[in-house]
Ligand binder design. Structure first.
Ligand SMILES: [Fe+2]
Ligand SMILES: [Fe+2]
Length: 303
């Protein structure tokens, strides 16, 4: 009886059905951003890069003191910084997924969906790159230490740790982009790219959740706790590197004051908690929300 494939971690035919459905969905609903987005349309001067309530400074005294021009500039730099973080993370993800599928059975839906996901991410990264170029915002990159940590993570992380890191980045971005795609006075280029990303990433998140559930089934308590901490550290890095401090300078603001107001912002903390609610519920369900990892999530207001 062919209940399990020869994959080494107990991937069953029932598990493969999840990937099969995701493949069917990808065949009917996928986008080509190069034709889907009107790349030549002018950018109206008064349109924001993201909904003001998603700006890191929204609700602070500094925000009230800013001119409308500064708010437009700030939100455009913020969205490009987040898109750059997206590209950085999608590169890490593509390498981890490719490594994970190395020499696995190509006949499985899991293998085929994993490669479909890599192809999606490849299009997403080009799409984000073009959107940033169109907005005229230079590349924001993580600092050297974080960049090297990312290099190590993409080379070494596997199993639930790899898919946990993937899920964190996808979930947090998803909640924001659901608002951006409907945002009034948000640039059409951001609305359009967000719409494409939300649709295609919903499949990626289902895939990541499925992969995590499978890998957790045979996991010992010690491994579960270690992975829980590893995913939380990954989340800490992702969340703290999402918006580069250079965005405040670009908007003509005092960077130190801006950073201090962001850190103290209750609105910002509430937005972080809202965007992490679904993720925290899933981590709790799979035993990946331990007291140690919860402490890390609290530090970045994801819990
Ligand atoms: Fe993506
Ligand atoms: Fe993805």
């Amino acid at each position: 009886m062919a209940l399990t494939w020869q994959t080494g971690y107990g991937h069953t035919t029932a598990d493969d059905d999840v990937s099969k459905r995701l493949l069917e969905s990808a065949a009917t609903l996928s986008y080509d951003p190069s034709t889907e987005i009107d790349w030549d349309a002018p950018l109206p001067d008064d349109h924001y890069g993201l909904n003001p309530e998603w700006s890191t400074l929204y609700g602070t005294r500094l925000w009230d003191e800013m001119t409308e021009r500064q708010r437009v500039t700030l939100t455009r730099h913020e969205v490009c910084s987040i898109m750059n973080t997206g590209i950085w993370f999608e590169m890490i993800l593509q390498q981890m997924v490719l490594r994970d599928q190395y020499l696995k059975n190509p006949a499985t839906a899991e293998f085929q969906f994993a490669l479909t996901e890599i192809a999606d991410e490849c299009r997403h990264s080009i799409m984000f790159a073009r959107a940033c170029a169109k907005m005229g915002v230079p590349a924001y990159r993580p600092n050297k230490v974080i960049a090297q940590a990312g290099r190590a993570f993409k080379a070494l992380a596997k199993g639930e740790l790899a898919y946990g890191g993937i899920l964190v980045a996808e979930e947090v971005l998803d909640v924001m982009q659901r608002d951006w795609m409907r945002g009034e006075k948000v640039l059409e280029i951001v609305r359009g790219t967000s719409r494409i990303h939300v649709v295609e990433e919903s499949r990626h998140m289902k895939f990541a959740r499925q992969e995590i559930r499978e890998r957790m089934r045979p996991a010992s308590p010690a491994r579960r706790r270690a992975s829980a901490t590893g995913i939380a550290v990954g989340a800490y890095v992702i969340v703290t590197s999402m918006v580069h401090p250079g965005v405040y300078k670009a908007a003509g603001l005092d960077v130190q004051r801006a950073l201090a107001e962001v850190r103290a912002s209750e609105h910002r903390k509430a937005m972080m908690r809202t965007s992490s609610r679904h993720l925290m519920a899933f981590l709790a369900e799979t035993g990946l929300l331990t007291s140690r990892s919860a402490a890390v999530y609290r530090r970045v207001h994801m819990l």
